[in-house]
Design a protein around this ligand. Sequence first.
Ligand code: ADP
Ligand code: MG
Length: 413
Amino acid sequence: DGVLVSQLSRPCRMMLLVNPQSGKGQALTLYNNHIQRMLNEAGVPHTLVITERQNHARELVKEADLSQWDALVIMSGDGLLFEVINGLLERPDWEQAIQTPLGILPGGSGNALAASIHHYSGSSPVSSEELLLSCGFLLCKGLVSRMDLVSIHLSSSPRLFSFLSLAWGFVADVDIESEKYRHVGAARFTVGTLVRLASLRVYKGRLAYLPASEDYNNQEGLRNNVTLHCNNQTLSLDLCHPSRDSVRQNTFHNSCHSNNSLKVRRTESTVSKSPSKALSGPPDSLLLPLDQPLPVDWVAVQEEDFVLMLAMYQSHLAEDLFAAPDAAPDDGVIHLFYVRAGISRAALLKLFLAMEKGAHLGTNCQHLVYVKVRALRLEPFSPKGIITVDGEVVEYGPVQAEVHRGLGRLITG
Ligand code: ADP
Ligand code: MG
């Protein structure tokens, strides 16, 4: 079903998950003072579920009878939605489950998705309680859009799904170091940025990506098959089964190793759904295993010294960080930013200040690079460090990501 925007059914049976510990610990108070009445007046019956611990929401949606619910809404920071999305995609019926419309009300200290939804509605920027009221209003309107989700591969953890961001270097460090300033709410990122600037450092690693082609926007439903050409031999790879094909590719690679003009040609073809039902969540058609060389049509970034790498798929990284002004919830694009080492503290501060208005790309900063991609791979060199997915710490080490266009549904109003 190719409907891009739909309307929540009425009456809508909504599960509202509230994390009483998120942000300044005020989510329940905010619910009682604002949201309860708003939803009741709009005729949106809802069942309140108060989360008791980490992973409570994840387990709950993994087991829930989803036929009982028309929407799952979380009132917390982005961390709780991350749990809900991963819980849905861990279900055997993930394909159906991830169609459940998801909503968010800002109750945490990191409310990036709420700020993004507010931005998509065309309203001018607001923060704190005004943002909550705006998101409550949009929720009552109940328009549902498709939402891109990004699958994240780490070296030994199970695959994750991400709706917001993948970060390494400066941004990831600030995100995690600033958790101790959680009591100041959204201002925690500003405080954290200033602290980190004082001890600015270089992060070493290798970055590569698959650029999003210009005509990609009109090619929903297409998957890529790759054909390798070498010494008049041809090998077609079905990248829906990367592990199986990578063995074949390696054999092929070895038989051609003396020929350095190996070319990969990308051919578009419509591929039916993966037969591998054992895998929960959609297959990744663009990725080879992390310990394999990159597909040849990927672009390897020349620099190995970075200050940050930030991949975004929503417009806002925080209430006041309008990091990806171009981003739409279902554009099928990973907005990849990186800042090369050598940038001065003053220039980096200027970038972050400009980001409040989404003006950082217009500052002509020579160290900032922005590219739209469909997949990426990062291999940090240092043995220790921080990588975040949607603001949550994940296993540190090599990581790769692929966007799944419109996999989820988001109540955008
Ligand atoms: P914040 O923006 O304040 O970080 P999040 O939504 O990211 O808010 O929530 C932070 C974490 O709190 C999430 O990882 C979630 O699993 C966890 N959590 C949920 N409910 C509780 C609870 N009752 N007590 C402690 N932690 C909780
Ligand atoms: Mg959080």
